[in-house]
Ligand binder design. Structure first.
Ligand code: SF4
Length: 364
């Protein structure tokens, strides 16, 4: 009898109904947001970005199962700002960066670059845009052509995009090398003659050779040792000031992200869990996942020890994300509701967003 009473009080969730309601609400929100004018202050505006990869197809080519690598990611970025994107491996950070550059065609959403909606641009339309959006890859060893000299690597994009007249290309490249901390006699050398840090400087010089407005830095220092990391980060900051560059800095290293970023986005299983300014996120992390990530950063102050929040279990496969809140399988605060209902991505402080039922409850 007592058990029956308890069962009566447990809310019953119908996943099919909840999913239908959630999709309808999301579609309404997307339509509303797409109708809004572009923000003229922003160099990049990403609205409800989605990227899926097909896993299974029928004989007629119809996709029957897909992997949602990026699901409903939105943010704005101004010139001269850095957005740090953090999260565990496989959370969709790199795919987000590649979808923005259109190295992967987005499945849904809008990418507005410099006041222009480039989401459906073809490769010909993208050509002048590519010059303004560049990427620095994680591995400086495999991202440079081994048979070209540094001069050749840096001259090619300058010539292809006609940045300066042909006779001025060498002087332009030497000046760029100087800006990036590369000696002029490196011009005739090959990538294998350099250390990791020097190679990454060459990659940075190559990305900046075409005067971009936005640079996506995909874990640019994680393959380097700590002292070289600091040099590269300082170089990126110096070049940002000089050229008013916007960066998207993808990393799983929170201390590096804290140092370089103005805004931070925390991703988990393809979705943005929390987004805000660096100050807000570090002063007042809202989402349990962000708190768990921060608790794992070693604190050198012995009097100010933070308690480690341990996440149980492995990261679920993005091919089979959990229903409801996708973090519920590892969240120490998960309730029955979290297993069925997707939390709303809401603004809790000006410019500080998070998606969690616990916050919805606390903030009404
Ligand atoms: Fe944890 Fe629930 Fe919040 Fe998800 S919605 S982060 S499971 S408390």
């Amino acid at each position: 009898m007592a058990d029956e009473k308890v069962m009566e009080n447990v809310p019953q969730y119908d996943d099919a109904v909840l999913e239908k309601e959630f999709q309808e609400k999301r579609q309404r929100q997307i339509a509303e947001d797409f109708a809004k004018p572009f923000d003229p202050d922003c160099i990049l505006e990403v609205r409800h970005l989605r990227k899926c990869f097909p896993l299974k197809k029928t004989i007629t080519g119809k996709v029957t199962k897909e992997l949602v690598a990026v699901d409903d990611v939105s943010f704005k970025l101004k010139a001269g700002e850095t957005l740090g994107i953090v999260g565990e491996s496989g959370c969709g950070k790199t795919t987000t960066g590649r979808a923005i550059l259109k190295l992967h065609q987005p499945t849904g959403g809008q990418i507005i670059f410099n006041g222009e909606d480039i989401t459906h641009f073809d490769s010909k339309q993208m050509r002048p845009i590519r010059q303004q959006m560049q990427i620095i890859f994680q591995d400086p060893y495999s991202s440079l052509p081994p048979r070209s000299t540094v001069g050749g690597i840096l001259s090619e994009p300058v010539e292809v995009h006609g940045i300066v007249p042909k006779e001025q290309v060498k002087d332009y490249v030497l000046e760029l090398m100087d800006k990036c901390g590369l000696r002029d006699y490196y011009y005739e050398r090959y990538p294998h003659e350099f250390s990791g840090g020097q190679r990454q400087r060459i990659c940075i010089a190559r990305a900046l050779s075409v005067n971009p407005k936005l640079v996506i830095c995909d874990e640019p220092v994680s393959a380097l040792d700590v002292s070289i990391q600091a040099q590269i980060i300082n170089l990126l900051k110096k070049l940002q000031r000089e050229m008013n560059l916007a960066y998207i800095f993808i990393s799983h290293d929170l201390s590096v992200v804290k140092f370089i970023s103005d805004k931070i986005g925390v991703m988990y299983l393809g979705a943005m869990m929390e987004f805000g300014t660096k100050e807000d996120i570090f002063r007042n992390p809202l989402h349990p996942y962000t708190k768990a990530l921060f608790s794992a950063v070693p604190n050198p102050d012995p009097d100010n020890k933070t308690e480690r929040i341990k996440l149980e279990g492995d990261i679920p496969s993005p091919a089979n994300p959990p229903k409801g809140c996708r973090f519920h399988t590892r969240c120490p605060y998960a309730t029955e509701k979290c297993k069925h209902v997707v939390p709303e991505y809401r603004e809790y402080e000006p410019g500080h967003f998070a998606a969690c039922h616990m916050l919805e409850q606390d903030n009404g």
